[in-house]
Design a protein around this ligand. Structure first.
Ligand code: CEZ
Length: 785
């Protein structure tokens, strides 16, 4: 069903995992491409926009988890009709849904391809996108392998869809060599006109070979036969129709004879444009000889920039494949294009850039400075970071969340570990809203004080309308409710920052922060400890929730994980939490973020309880929360459990697991369905959404935890936590300009770890005086576990 090799992942059926998808992106666009041919594509102008729409009025929305596909969902399809027999099939699979002799959906890092054979006709359909422009580059190769001459009509059919209720049309343009659909983005406010008139309201579909005929009117194309057997395809030739305010479509017909073994290649460009001259320019650029190939090279080089600082070779091939080929790519997507938003949530922006520390630390450095330049007068961080001048805080960023400051020391810590660039602390940052010029050190210290001021009389952190959990919006809207998670997270942040203060001879400051962390730890134990785990919070009306008395939402993962990081509970408490989590939250697909999932609205907790049980924050295996727990487990040395849960984040490796999750191991999704004990049937099903803060923490867990190659002030600290069943492993780790070839081996005779560097014994587990450009060989021997 699935082949995984270094270059790509290949799915051999369009029906077993019908929602399986891959994604491509550049700085201006992103495409989620489903194995059956459905596509969700978005481009930035600078707001997220579409050029291939559904057939009815669409809500403006981002790419959603578990995005449902339906027959008329936008996609890129090719109908192929045998002129002699009249038999019709379509590539990749939709809309005709006939199974051919072979089907391969191949997701590579830089290209997506289908290879299909249907009754002797071999079809290869390949998609790539350029590094900078917003245009889809399609290559269609058709070969007659049937051993007899064939007459075929080939109809690439690309969805344009319902563009606008104000104005939409489409026609064939001889001068531009293709179909152009035009529209006016709907608006009502006069003040919107100057923006509207700059938008790319045209969708073009261009060919490199002149078609026999075309259709641009969806209804005319489908006729009475519908999508599965369009009436227009039953005719000998398409009618060259126009769409006059009818829903547009882009269909060409190529009537070609194929001798035995004859093959023919067609190329297409599909995308949005402002006007004819832009379309003409794109045509000239991408239909020039060798342009597709050059663009692919260029894009390949771009994706390569996303290679991380770790290459691994372990006894687990599926794990290696994901880490070596896909993990860095997914982090790079987040770090380089910020999920294609103009106002990333502050916590997302900081954590995505935490991941970027392992790929392009200069980008992270810039991002941290940029975020701090938007700090408020009070020391608070805003809900979102504006990435350019016209950007505004939208959607969730208009809701007050109280956690943004905690991410500063946490993400900076990873940056310092990786780069040793403590000089960042002295960098001056001019504030856009506070009008002050302060150093990074001062700004983060102010953020810590803001957190301290945002506590109640018990020393617990206010939650307002949410914390890390966006939809937990009704715990504290009256200004009294507190977050258990944020309280422990604040202790963690304060301790990390106190450590930095100490290193920089700010002893007084360090003591202040530590004293507050101590008070908060006491308060956490006094007010939130429920006997076996910590509560999630206390509502405006002073109701403690996330406790054993609650029939739903009894136990939440985040307070437990973060209390381990913050070291604010003792070892006995930790063991109790771990046992409770194992019993109530662990599943074969990872660890759930709360259980039991809420089945009805709890008005003192909020919108999270209205999400469907087991979906997203309401008790799914929300991978971002799961990875916090895994990172915490590594921090306290619970290596076995940490690896088990980490491995569960990646689909595979047995067929049953792939089928249940329905996802390719090409990315980690934001969640797998949870509510494992309530709705076992759907548990494990992937959201298919590749936007998630998880991946940065996965990388950090590999570096700091599993392979134990974390940077520190002095150099590289060696503290591996390999799972017991691994007898050996090796990694290549790029670190501060040097390369470390590290091998791990278990030796039954050993009692403690021994390390050799360039064949000399290393007495302490730290490599000091690392030289840029140097290659070090490190041999680690570990006792049998
Ligand atoms: O968004 C994510 C946020 O981007 O949810 C996380 C949060 O920490 C991230 O910053 C947990 O709440 O209902 C909602 O508003 C949802 O919370 C979504 O916006 C959610 C999506 O699942 C996207 O990943």
């Amino acid at each position: 069903m699935l082949d995984i090799n270094d270059e790509c992942i290949e799915l051999k059926t369009p029906t077993a995992m019908p929602n399986a998808a891959a994604f491509l992106w550049n700085k201006k666009m992103v495409m989620q491409v489903n194995c059956r041919g459905f596509v969700v594509a978005q481009h930035m102008q600078p707001d997220a926009s579409k050029y291939s729409h559904s057939p009815n009025i669409e809500a403006k929305t981002f790419i959603q988890p578990e995005q449902p596909f339906y027959a008329h969902h936008p996609g890129r399809f090719v109908y192929i009709k045998d002129e002699q027999s009249g038999e019709l099939f379509s590539v990749p699979y939709e809309p005709v849904r006939k199974t051919g002799d072979t089907f391969v959906f191949s997701a590579a890092q830089d290209e997506i391809q289908w290879r299909i054979e249907f009754q002797g006709i071999e079809v290869q359909l390949t998609l790539s996108i350029p590094r900078d422009d917003v245009v889809e580059l399609w290559r269609l190769q058709v070969r007659n392998k049937s051993g007899r001459p064939r007459k075929l009509s080939i109809y690439p059919s690309f969805t344009i869809g319902y563009m606008s209720w104000m104005n939409q049309s489409a026609c064939y343009r001889q001068d531009l060599g293709g179909i152009v659909a035009s529209s006016v983005s709907p608006y009502q406010k006069l003040e919107d006109y100057p923006r509207i008139k700059t938008l790319k309201d045209k969708t073009f579909f261009l060919h490199n070979i002149k078609p026999t005929a075309w259709e641009t009117n969806r209804e005319a194309f489908e006729g009475e036969g519908g999508l599965h057997q369009p009436s227009a395809v039953d005719q000998e030739q398409l009618e060259d129709g126009e769409a006059f305010y009818q829903t547009p479509v882009g269909v060409f017909q190529f009537r070609h004879s194929f001798d035995v073994d004859h093959s023919q290649e067609y190329r297409f460009l599909f995308g949005p444009a402002k006007d004819d001259s832009e379309i003409a320019q794109l045509r000239e650029k991408y239909f020039a000889p060798g342009a597709f190939e050059a663009s692919l090279q260029d894009y390949r080089a771009y994706i390569k920039e996303g290679e991380g600082c770790l290459t691994i070779n372990t006894p687990d091939a599926g794990f290696d494949n994901f880490v070596n080929h896909w993990l860095g790519r997914q982090i790079f997507y987040h770090g380089d294009v910020n999920r294609l938003t103009n106002d990333p949530q502050t916590r997302n922006y900081l954590q995505d850039n935490m991941g970027m520390c392992y790929i392009k630390p200069q980008v992270s450095r810039h991002a941290f400075l940029h975020a701090l330049s938007q700090q408020e007068q009070s020391g608070a961080m805003p809900d979102g970071i504006l990435l350019h001048e016209e950007a505004q805080l939208q959607y969730i960023n208009q809701i007050p969340h109280t956690d943004h400051c905690v991410w500063l020391p946490i993400c900076l810590q990873a940056y310092f570990d990786e780069t040793g660039d403590y000089g960042l602390l002295d960098e001056q940052v001019s504030g856009l809203s506070d009008g002050k010029t302060l150093t990074v050190f001062e700004r983060v210290t102010n953020a810590m004080h803001w957190l301290l001021e945002s506590r109640d009389a018990r020393n617990l952190s206010y939650i307002a309308q949410g914390d890390w959990c966006d939809p937990m919006n009704m715990v504290g809207p009256k200004g009294r409710g507190v977050s258990g998670w944020l309280s422990v997270a604040t202790v963690y942040a304060l301790k990390l920052w106190a450590d930095i203060c100490q290193q920089f001879r700010q002893q007084g400051q360090a003591e202040k922060l530590l004293a507050s962390a101590g008070q908060m730890s006491e308060a956490i134990n006094e007010h939130l400890w429920d006997g076996d785990w910590l509560a999630r919070g206390i509502t405006d009306d002073n109701v403690v929730f996330g406790i054993s008395d609650d029939p739903e939402g009894r136990i939440f993962l985040n307070p437990q994980s973060w209390s381990m990081l913050a070291d604010c509970v003792n070892a006995e408490q930790q063991q109790k939490m771990i046992a409770a989590i194992e019993q109530q939250l662990e599943t074969p697909y990872g660890v759930m973020m709360l259980a039991p999932a809420y089945t009805s609205m709890r008005e003192d907790v909020g919108r999270v309880t209205q999400k469907y049980p087991g979906v997203a924050e309401n008790g799914s295996v929300y991978n971002h929360a799961a990875i916090f727990y895994i990172y915490a487990l590594y921090t306290i040395g619970e290596s076995e459990r940490a690896f088990k849960l980490l491995r569960q984040m990646i689909p595979g490796s047995d067929a049953q697991d792939y089928l249940q999750r329905g996802q390719l191991p090409a990315y980690i999704p934001n969640y797998y369905r949870g509510a494992y004990y309530q709705i076992p049937k759907t548990a494990g099903k992937s959201s298919q959404l590749f936007n998630t803060g998880t991946v940065s923490w996965v990388y950090r867990s590999l570096i700091d935890g599993l392979f134990g190659l974390r940077g520190c002030r002095e150099g590289l600290c060696i503290q591996p936590q390999l799972p017991a069943h691994w007898q050996h492993a090796s990694v290549s780790r790029v670190f501060r300009g040097a390369t470390f070839d590290v091998s791990y081996e278990r030796k039954a005779s050993l009692h403690k770890m021994s390390i050799r560097i360039n064949d000399k014994v290393l007495d302490e587990a730290i490599v000091r005086d690392i030289k840029v450009g140097e290659r070090y060989s490190i041999k680690i021997q570990l006792p049998a576990a």
